[in-house]
Design a protein around this ligand. Structure first.
Ligand SMILES: Nc1nc2c(c(=O)[nH]1)N(C=O)[C@@H](CNc1ccc(C(=O)N[C@@H](CCC(=O)O)C(=O)O)cc1)CN2
Ligand SMILES: Nc1nc2c(ncn2[C@@H]2O[C@H](COP(=O)(O)OP(=O)(O)OP(=O)(O)O)[C@@H](O)[C@H]2O)c(=O)[nH]1
Ligand SMILES: [K+]
Length: 459
């Protein structure tokens, strides 16, 4: 990816009203822009200067703080100028227009989404995993997710990955050095304890993978879909799950009118819980609107990571519920929830069965809700380790898994009597490339494009 150093600008703060709003510019040199905007002021690097922001005709747009960072000591590694004004959308649009106009003759343009952070990456201020953590920190939906994103942003994840790369390189150098002296090949594995070294790398990789997999859970969460016949208590259960957690309920963008979805958290794992229209058999008695609602319910079921099938414990099993269960997609975990045990006399319980786990609870009486929470965590694969986690992405898990695969093949080569050291070395190289793709030392341009295009504007 080529580094475009033409100056860019954007509103850096969230759209809408706010106490303060920031317009940010970055470029190889912003001296001409600053001279055009503030002909009478002298901005010392990293000092906030209080001054009027004026339009071209001299009228005042706002009074605010100008903050100048001189390259390379800035977020992007370039010259950066921040105009910190009052946070109204119109004020900020006017400020941005003023900046764009003042810089136009020097090639200033509107920044693309993620372009500031992309420049920080290309100028070695952040590696790729850290740049991704910036976006994940902004998008974090729970405190635990935010903490592990900060952990990744600080470079902790990059460091452990880098250590794996170094260990792999060291072993590879050893192997390749031996390749040049074929007469010593035979003893090589014994002398250098190459097998032991490799086993050590694989063990460390496993550990990092587990921490990253748990972190990935914090980032992506789970799609949990509530399905069942009308009035079994789906909405009540959603409220029971949401209500018991305190600072949790966040509205989800893109919620359609016909389904209710809320993000709750259990031990910091975001669960996107979708309450669907109650399912009735599609027969002659059903109208078009209800039919569409039911079709949408099945659409949600198709996207579920976990299906919560609600049934009425007081009414017991019914043919209609068997029909519903038979239509669930294969391979998606199902929890059969027998609700209203306050009416049926069952005790709150979790029971494993061949078709699904069965949970007995009462949404209204808050009985057995904790059992359901624990069951959801179990299905998610959550293990509380007390270790700090790295907010990893699916991309990182795939690379770690691929690296693991190459190391396993390397171990097979090492285990053979007629050791094929050249193949051993080649697998180490492939593992190294996979690991390096996480921090971006070895990453194709098109992937970089995809990663940064998903940032918000001004970041
Ligand atoms: N006003 C403001 N707040 C912000 C940002 C920003 O750009 N502007 N950030 C943007 O996301 C984050 C902070 N990130 C930053 C990272 C590095 C540098 C920086 O100036 N780095 C220099 C000097 C470091 C030092 O003095 O220790 C450097 O790396 O050389 C600034 C902000 C969050 N808060
Ligand atoms: N006794 C008892 N009643 C419950 C319980 N859970 C829900 N109900 C009642 O069952 C009725 C239906 O509850 P909802 O949560 O609206 O059911 P729903 O499945 O969302 O219904 P639809 O939106 O029609 O699909 C309400 O009157 C609830 O108060 C429970 O645990 N015990
Ligand atoms: K209802």
């Amino acid at each position: 990816m080529k580094l475009d150093t033409s100056p860019i600008a954007a509103i850096a703060t969230a759209p809408g009203r706010g106490g303060i709003g920031v317009v940010r510019a970055s470029g190889k040199s912003l001296t001409p822009l600053i001279a055009a905007l503030f002909p009478d002021a002298r901005l010392a690097p990293r000092h906030a200067t209080y001054l009027p922001f004026t339009s071209q005709d001299g009228s005042i747009i706002d009074q605010g703080l100008a903050l100048y960072f001189k390259a390379p000591h800035s977020y992007t590694g370039e010259d950066v100028l921040e105009l910190q004004g009052h946070g109204g959308p119109v004020v900020l649009q006017m400020l941005l227009a003023r900046v764009l106009e003042a810089g136009r003759e020097h090639g200033l343009r509107l920044a693309e989404p993620g372009e500031f952070t992309r420049r920080a990456y290309l100028n070695d201020k952040l590696d790729l995993a850290q740049a991704e953590a910036v976006a994940d920190l902004i998008d974090a939906s729970t405190e635990a997710a935010a903490k592990s994103a900060s952990q990744s942003l600080s470079g902790a994840f990059s460091q452990v990955v880098h250590r794996l790369v170094e260990q792999t390189i060291n072993l590879r150098m050893l192997v390749e050095a031996t390749l040049d002296f074929p007469e010593e090949e035979i003893d090589f594995l014994e002398k250098s304890n190459a097998r032991g070294q490799l086993a050590g790398i694989i063990a460390s990789l496993e550990h990092v993978f587990r921490q990253a997999a748990q972190g990935a859970l914090l980032r992506a969460g789970l799609n949990v879909v509530l399905v069942g016949q009308p009035n079994v208590g789906k909405s009540s259960l959603l409220n029971a799950l949401a209500g018991a957690e305190v600072a949790i309920v966040t509205p989800i963008a893109g919620t359609t009118r016909d389904k209710v979805s809320e993000t709750i958290q259990i031990e910091g794992i975001p669960l996107n819980i979708i309450d669907t229209a109650g399912i009735r058999a599609i027969d002659a008695g059903i109208d078009v609107v209800e039919r569409i609602g039911i079709e949408r319910t099945w659409g949600e079921v198709g996207k579920a990571d976990v299906i919560l099938h609600l049934l009425d414990a007081a009414l017991g099993p019914s043919a209609a519920d068997e029909t519903i269960a038979a239509a669930f997609p294969k391979g998606v975990p199902v929890v059969r929830i027998w609700n209203k045990i306050d009416l049926s006399g069952h005790r709150a319980a979790v029971e494993g069965a061949a078709d699904a786990t069965h949970v007995y609870l009462s949404a209204n009486e808050q009985l057995g809700i904790d059992l359901l929470r624990a069951e959801l965590l179990r299905i998610a694969g959550w293990q509380q380790t007390g270790e700090s986690l790295y907010l990893a992405r699916e991309r990182h898990l795939i690379a770690l898994r691929a690296a693991r695969g190459h190391l396993d093949v390397a171990a097979q080569h090492a285990a053979q009597d007629d050791q094929s050291l050249d193949l051993f070395a080649e697998e180490l190289r492939l593992a190294q490339d996979q690991l390096s793709s996480i921090t971006g030392e070895f990453t194709p341009d098109d992937l970089l494009g995809v990663i940064f295009s998903r940032f918000c504007i001004g970041k």
